[in-house]
Structures are given as C-alpha cells and as structure tokens.
Design a protein around this ligand. Structure first.
Ligand code: FAD
Length: 494
C-alpha cells in the first residue's frame, strides 16, 4: 500500500493532544508541511489531565520551551512523585517518587541491600534512601547545582493548550474553527480525504491526526478500527472532577487516596487545586461518587462537579490507513500514574521518527503500532499492580481486584520479586526498577530473599553503607528551599 507524498497534515481536535502534536510537528518538521488544526468551541475538551511525569521535560527541551516561562503560563508546580494513601490497606500510605533510590551494584538493585538491612533490624523505609521522596515529604524543591533531581509538573490543562496554541501558530499552524460534521474518504482505498465542517468548508489532507477525544471521530467513527477492552483488569469506568480554591501552599506531589470503589486525585497548582474521583460504576453510583468526592475535598468549589465516562483499553491500531490517533482518541488508561500526556508525547515522537514524507507504507505503520502497543501494555501492567496487590478486604471492589486474574507478564514479575527481590526492566519500558520496587513494597509485597552479593559486605559494612546514603540524602535536603518559595522566585513570564 503506497500513497503520495505527505504535504498536508490535518489535526482534528484542539485539546492537549491536538496542540502538543501541532507544536511538535510544526517546530520539528514544519518547514515543508502545511499543517492545520480544526477545533470546535461547541465541543469542550476533557478539561482534566494535569499531572505529568518527568519525560515532559524532554519534550519541552526538544521544542525549545523555557521552563520558567512555561510554568508561569500554566500556573504549574513541581511534582516529585505520587502519594498513595490507603492503597495497601485502610491505614497506611507510601510515596512513589521519580527519584533513584540508594545505590545499586552490577548484580543487584538497592532493594537487595535494603532487604538485608531489614533482617539486621535497620528500621528505615526503602524510600528513606531517596532524595526526591524525602524532599516531597518535607515540601521542598530546588534544581541542584550538580547532579540530577527527577521531577515533573502539575499544570493547568486549559492554559497548557493555550500556551501550545500560541507556540504552534508562531511556527505556521493554521487554526480552523468549526465543528466537523462529516469525514470523507477516498473510494479506492478508504483513506481519509477531508473533514467537512458545519460551515460547509472542506479541509483536505494527506495525513490526519485524530485528537478528537474519546469519540475518535476519524479513527473509530470513520475507519472503524476496533478497540481492545481492558475493563476486566482495570474495572474503573468513570470519574467525577472538580476544581477548588487552594487552602494551603502547593505540595510537590500528587495525592491519590483510595476509597471503597476507586480512588481520589488531588493535584495542587499555583492558583487552584484539581480534584477528582475515579470509580467503578458497578460498585458505586454517579451520585454517591460525587458525594464521596465533595465530602473529601477542601476549599471553595470553582467548578461544578463533572462526570466523565470512559472504557479502559486501546485501539486495535493506533495508526490506521492515513490516520494516526493520539490522546483519548487512541485509548485510555486511568490517570493513576499520570501516563496519558506522556503517551501523547511518545506517539508524536514516534510519528516524527517514522514520518511518511514519501508516502505511507505498511511496514512503517506496523512498526508504529507494534511499538505503541508494547509501550502501553507495560504501563497497563504497572497500573494493574497497584490494584491487584492490596490487603484492603473492606469492600467488594478491592476484593475483586485482589482476586482477579492478571496478565501473565505481571504475575511473573510479582512472583520473581516476592521470592528474591529481583526485578528486570525491559528495554524502553517507561517505569523502571525504582518505580516497580517502590510500588511493590508500598502495596505490601515482602520479598523473601536477596541477592548473595549483598553478603559480601559484613554487617558493619552494610550498616555504614545504608547510614551513609541516608546521611547524604538529609545533607542535600538541608539546603533545599520550600517548594512555594522556590516557585515564586523561579517561575517568571518572559
Ligand atoms: P480532548 O481534551 O477531549 O479534546 C478533544 C478535542 O477534539 C476538543 O478540542 C474538541 O473540541 C475536539 N472535537 C471533538 N469532536 C469534534 C468535532 N466534531 N469537530 C471539531 N472538533 C471536535 N493525563 C495525564 O497525563 N495526567 C493526568 O493527571 C490525567 N488525568 C485525567 C483524568 C481523567 C478523569 C481523564 C478522563 C483523563 C485524564 N488524563 C490525564 C488524560 C488527559 O486528560 C488526556 O490525555 C489529554 O487531556 C488529551 O485529551 P485529548 O486532547 O485527547 O482530548
């Protein structure tokens, strides 16, 4: 299957996905392309999606976006990780931070050393050996003078789309306002030919990027690509979201609090807080979910609570014919680890790597789909881990999650870790060893053994080794300013 050269790129939809795609394609490949974006005032964006992961920094660097400007424009705060309250049981909490934990050696990750420490009576959590996690707990943040700190952002989704729109327009993206009422296809190959707007205007293109949200106007309504449903593993299918005024200085982490049939997010921005409850409609009604959320938030309501329905899973093909789906149009995994914006970014970069300037061919399309699928399935397994490994036993929902069958790949990882503290990341996997270990320990897995190389250290040596790491974390923390003070002096409009 071959097509003519790609000259005209049409992006359908102007939410986070649409404007991220417009910004990146126009800046990085735009000189020889004609790029337009169609969006409609009559159809609102999803309006959530405000917590990110560290890789967004890479995206911004590629685009030449300056961090203080972007943070000022989107009222962003720094994010060092996510606190999971009441996930393991109804009492405890833990933080999954973005940072490195302790020190590894060639044969064994730090958890092996920590695990032997537990046997020797060292009464410190795995997270006590991580700078980012300790900084989060103390509400601190700073860019270090040397070394690295791993962080992401909380941002205002509406302001982010506006910011990227301005950026994209300076690189020549044409914004077309109007509701798409028809998608025309070529008779000979079913490729998309044009988008017909309510005004009668017809927008023709060679390559179409479907960013129309859950409806998937091009990829599904037109091309009928099909959907792989994961709700048996991730049974939550609804969310209710509300914005509130801030009642305290923003903390540098997202909070996720488990409830009887789902969980609540709290995302602190500079000017307000984003809140929501993700829930399973088989176990709790929309009205009960709304009440649960309203009973568990602070501060004046800035918006009315809004219910959003979804189906967890992915399109059978993310790229089908001359249409690439990004964002909610391509599928959805709940925002427990803030992965959707990241997947948009990955989809855009993958498309740029495989950009079909000389025409679309099946091999490139297959490569794109295979890479995307593998990436999403890794993330899916990581999210299922949070639900499945729980000791809550206080509701039907949590009992279902603990007893459900899980993907073979995940079952193997859990079993390996339980036996021997071992974990093997796969190439290109988003969440690495530190992330998996933090969540597996946090959810209550207690590894039985550790790698024999740890026994090469005497007991005294191990005590010293662990103590030195804790001391260096505390030393680095001592000079770190409070998160809010840092934001105030750092985030500046151009
Ligand atoms: P949308 O925001 O829905 O935008 C769709 C666009 O298509 C709009 O501009 C609309 O006008 C346009 N459109 C639709 N139909 C037509 C038509 N007929 N004609 C013209 N235009 C049309 N992600 C994260 O990374 N972190 C999070 O913390 C996070 N939290 C989330 C919480 C919830 C409850 C949900 C549901 C999602 C969350 N996400 C999160 C995902 C994130 O919100 C999305 O990935 C992101 O906002 C991208 O959305 P989108 O651009 O694909 O779709």
């Amino acid at each position: 299957m071959k097509q003519n050269k790609i000259k005209k790129v049409v992006i359908a939809g102007g939410g986070t996905a649409g404007w991220m795609a417009a910004a990146a394609i126009s800046k990085l490949l735009g000189k020889n392309l004609d790029i337009s974006l169609v969006e409609s005032d009559q159809i609102a964006t999803v309006g959530v999606g405000e917590a990110t992961i560290p890789a967004l920094q890479t995206f911004h660097k590629l685009l030449g976006i300056k961090e203080p400007h972007f943070m000022a424009a989107t009222q962003a705060t720094f994010k060092l990780g996510i606190e999971f309250k009441r996930w393991k049981d109804t009492q405890s909490s833990y933080i999954h931070s973005f940072g490195a934990v302790g020190k590894d050696c060639w044969a064994a990750g730090f958890q092996h050393f920590w695990r032997r420490g537990v046997d020797l009576g060292v009464n410190h959590d795995y997270g006590d050996y991580c700078l980012e996690l300790e900084a989060a707990k103390q509400n601190k943040f700073a860019h270090p003078n040397s070394g690295n700190i791993f962080y992401a952002y909380h941002l205002d989704a509406t302001l982010y789309a506006k910011y990227l729109r301005k950026f994209s327009e300076t690189f020549g993206v044409k914004r077309i306002k109007g509701k798409i009422v028809e998608v025309k296809t070529h008779l000979h190959n079913d490729y998309i030919k044009s988008l017909v707007l309510e005004s009668g205007q017809e927008v023709e293109g060679d390559l179409f990027i479907d960013c129309t949200g859950f409806i998937g106007l091009l990829i599904e309504q037109t091309l009928q690509t099909g959907y792989e449903d994961w709700s048996h593993w991730l049974p939550c299918d609804s969310a209710v979201a509300v914005q509130t005024a801030a009642t305290q200085a923003p903390i540098p982490y997202t909070r996720s609090t488990a409830h009887a049939a789902g969980w609540q997010w709290r995302i602190p921005l500079q000017h307000r807080v984003g809140n929501g409850l993700v829930y399973c409609s088989k176990h709790i009604s929309d009205e009960e979910a709304k009440q649960t959320l309203l009973n568990n938030i602070e501060g004046e309501l800035l918006t009315e609570p809004r219910v959003i329905k979804y189906r967890t899973g992915q399109r059978l093909k993310h790229w089908n014919k001359n249409c690439v789906a990004l964002g909610l149009a391509s599928g959805f995994i709940e925002p427990l680890e803030s992965t959707s914006i990241h997947l948009i970014q990955r989809g855009i970069l993958r498309l740029l790597f495989l950009f079909p300037s000389n025409g679309i061919n099946d091999t490139d399309v297959a490569e794109y789909n295979q890479q995307t699928k593998a990436e999403i399935e890794h993330i899916r397994d990581f999210i299922i881990l949070h639900y499945h490994v729980n000791q809550r036993n206080d509701s039907r929902f949590w009992r279902y999650c603990a007893n459900m069958s899980i993907p073979e790949t995940l079952a193997h990882r859990i079993s390996l870790f339980k036996k021997s503290s071992r974990f093997y990341p796969k190439d290109d996997e988003l969440f690495g060893e530190y992330s998996w270990v933090q969540v597996m320990l946090g959810q209550g897995i207690e590894p039985e053994g550790y790698h024999p190389i740890v026994d090469m250290m005497s007991e005294d040596e191990l005590h010293h080794f662990l103590k030195n790491i804790r001391s260096s974390v505390q030393q680095a923390l001592a000079s770190m300013p409070q998160h809010t003070d840092y934001i105030q002096q750092y985030c500046k409009a151009p």
